[in-house]
Design a protein around this ligand. Sequence first.
Ligand code: NOJ
Length: 551
Amino acid sequence: MEQTNAWWKEAVGYQIYPRSFYDSNNDGIGDLNGIREKLPYLVDLGIDFIWINPIYASPNVDNGYDISDYEAILDEFGTMEEFDLLLEEAHAHGIKIIMDLVINHSSDQHEWFIESKKSLDNPYRDYYIWADGTPDNQPPSKWESIFGGSIWAYDEETQQYYMHVFAKEQPDLNWENEALKNEVFAMIKRWLDKGIDGFRLDAISHIKKAPYQTKPANHPFDPFMNVPGIETHLEDLRDLFNQYDIMTVGEASGVSATQAPKWVGEDGYFNMIFEFDHISLWNKEETGNLDVVQLKHALATWQLALDGQGWNALYMENHDVPRSVSAFGNDTDYWQESAKAIALMYFFLQGTPFIYQGQEIGMTNYPYTSIDEIDAVDSRAFYFRLLEEGRTNEEALRIVGKTTRDNSRTPMQWTADKHAGFSKQKPWLLTNPNAVEINVDRQKDEAESILNFYKKLIAVRKNSDTLIYGSFTHYLAKHPQVFVYERSLADEHYLVVVNLTETPAVVEFPEEISTYHWTPILGNQTPGTSIEKIITLNPYEAQLFARGVAR
Ligand code: NOJ
């Protein structure tokens, strides 16, 4: 089945982690005016929309994902007037703005929760999920929170437990309460009426909870992840979103590729969702060499499940995972080649590509030497858990250092100057020392830089309906090194061939490919290998070809 056209299918997105993007007032923290100043950079790159991580008022226990006022801007980031100005200027530059919408939970400092905690009969009590303990004084269920420990926190004052899927300072909102739901919907409507262009919906597959007696079946988070009955809430959200010409992308852990058409099909809840199958392959406690076959399987499964049935969100990095070139490429000997290979590999899949800030210059993980250098609440807790389990400091730090999401939150590397040109002040999080080499300033003038490669990828994708809407065919699924796929629309065909390893790779193409002539369009090594029946690719060689006539 063919894909219908839509602006958000043709768009390329860029994710901004505002705290680390650009600090315009030199207080060490990125801000809204900083984003505004960098709009020309984004235009030059070829970006159509930005998704900005939460910028709302927050005590920052989980860096903005604990919102204390949905309709106020965090002081450190600026003011609502500055937001309005950013929106206006972004639109003038042809860039749309997607806001983060965090409605599974709020901060414990939100006035709803402050009220809710006061007494059992407070009008806001049922805005959150409260329950009595068991007769033997245990929490209402044994469920584990995603950030570790029990999902329940005890409140001495009212002698009940409240639920928190994430940190205890992030109490879950009670979606079964109509009054709460109405308030949330009214808030969403006010943002949309302001003229923003869409939402990324945080943790949205967690808004429905199973009865407390439910025991996790396969996964510890099963009782609060994509639980049956969630569709009622999602349909209500969809009906609201459908009143606007916006783009929505749900963060949907626990939703399988088979279930996805229901979420992102023509009549789905969202335009697209972020799946976790591929990213979880390298976001492990102990990362080793990534299994290429598994990665291809994860990506291809989503491609095939949604081809003609829905739409994918394509991403290799975000603010929650380590840098792709370190975790999955090779950030020393093949830094440039592997960063480009990863880029080309995902950019021409079917879906809307998202680039996470710094990915376009091949930013790498941070070389941690002490836990004091790490800020993320979950990573710190993980480190102390590892120590309790008997790991040495060295081991714990190696594991946490490799996996912490702080790796992607270090300041954006603009120049080789002090603090990477991000700020004149010491930034809130350490700057990667390799900023002297890896930075925008340097790469913008180097013809073969990773930055300029991304510009080419964007331009090529933009100019091809086939690379946007074409169907997806996977070849050589079992090849242990190389990802080969084709995109086709009517008579036009493109072929992507990427060696995802640091050793040369021999590829024998099937007849469907080798019967044709193929012209190299874009690659990370020139001159690119031409397609013969059997070819050998260099380490991390990545090429895009267009099909010509039969041989
Ligand atoms: C997912 C967000 O991406 C992550 O950064 C956050 O900690 C959790 N949801 C909780 O909101």
